[in-house]
Write a protein that binds this ligand. Sequence first.
Ligand code: PFF
Length: 450
Amino acid sequence: MKNERSSFTGKIGFVLAAAGSAVGLGNIWRFPYLAAKYGGGIFLLTYLVLAVTFGFTLMVTEIAIGRKTGLSAIGAFKKLNSKFSFIGWLGALVPMIILPYYSVIGGWVSKYLYTFIAGPGRAMEEGIGFFNQFVSQPAEPLIWFLIFLGITAVVVFLGVEKGVEKVSKVMMPILICLSVVIAGYTLFLPGAMEGVRYYFMPDFSKFSVELVLGAMGQLFYSMSLAMGIMITYGSYMKKDVSIESAVHQIEFFDTGIAILAGLMIVPATFALSGGGELNQGPGLMFGTLPQVFERMLGGQFIGILFFLLVLFAALTSSISLMETVVSIVQDKLRWTRTASCIIVFVGALLLGIPSSLGNGAWSGVLLLGKDILSFFDFISNSVMMPIVALLTCIFVGYVLKPKTLIEEVERNMVFRSKKLYTVVLKYIAPVCILLILLTSILETLGILAI
Ligand code: PFF
């Protein structure tokens, strides 16, 4: 199997496939609520700076590791230096943590699609009130979670990802167009301009270490970095495709869609509640957008279309998450594909149930002061991924040496940002990630107050 690794047809094929994994709920659901929470413009600015430095460096590194070794994460690190294969293992844990709670949110999207088809009256009128009432019920969110996870599992089990990807390649451009229309409409609502200012004008007094960690975790999450995924994609990339320009394009897509989603949602919170709902957290998209749709001509239809498109974006991502976990189980435990699919499905189900209940029946259960879903989100994005990123930079920067990967990038082309790449990889990224991580851990444990 490994010798006959199939490859993407060309650069477009590679960029589209990698962007399909990268663009998902992270862009549409997670980015806007973090931007709203962390002061708008200052978050956006921090995110952009991190994207062109850390994001660029890490994505080039992962894709080059994958293409050089022709293996996915665990095998790749092992081949480069067997003492460091643990980095691959650590990265492999991340999708296992994300898949369950990603599916809980996928379940919320499915519920909203159903609600808009059946008659969205209350969802549109009550906004966040309707959402809070829905997630606090014990059974209903669980059923939707099960449906979403079930669809993901069936697709992975039948091996029909290609079909879903094909549909999603049509859906993605439609989603972008629809988002432009919705954002454009929102900007004309009275009060929205104040939100646009909040979203684009950085207020430096709102800068904090927590914000940087939030932006960094979001960057890794959104671009599917620090979890081995891009190494796998790299292993399928042809040798004559330019890694550097492919990374620029993926970053452009992914960040563009996130910024657009924020523009659709953040100004709307100002128009609808004078900014009172900025701190809504994970419920922001579900509370705000239905109220925007209510004001639009054909709001019900727009809502159906929107949630259908988001559902596809979420499915392509959850499928690639589950596929990763299944292939690890299959490879490492030497289980059959059927057994691997079943165990991953059951595992994700068991881990996802507490995340789902954490908004309702188990809302009293707080871990590090967070509800269960936010706790898993925090552990994967703000703890594990920065650690994996840090270890990857140290390994490539000081053990493997950047030259080895630069040669891979330079096979047929010039690597224009070679200097920036080396400096960020060896010095800036490790030092910054370490400082941010330590500060945040000390703060979370209550040892440090900033
Ligand atoms: N990058 C995806 C998003 O932004 O929604 C999340 C994700 C999907 C992470 C697939 C990892 C992955 F394999």
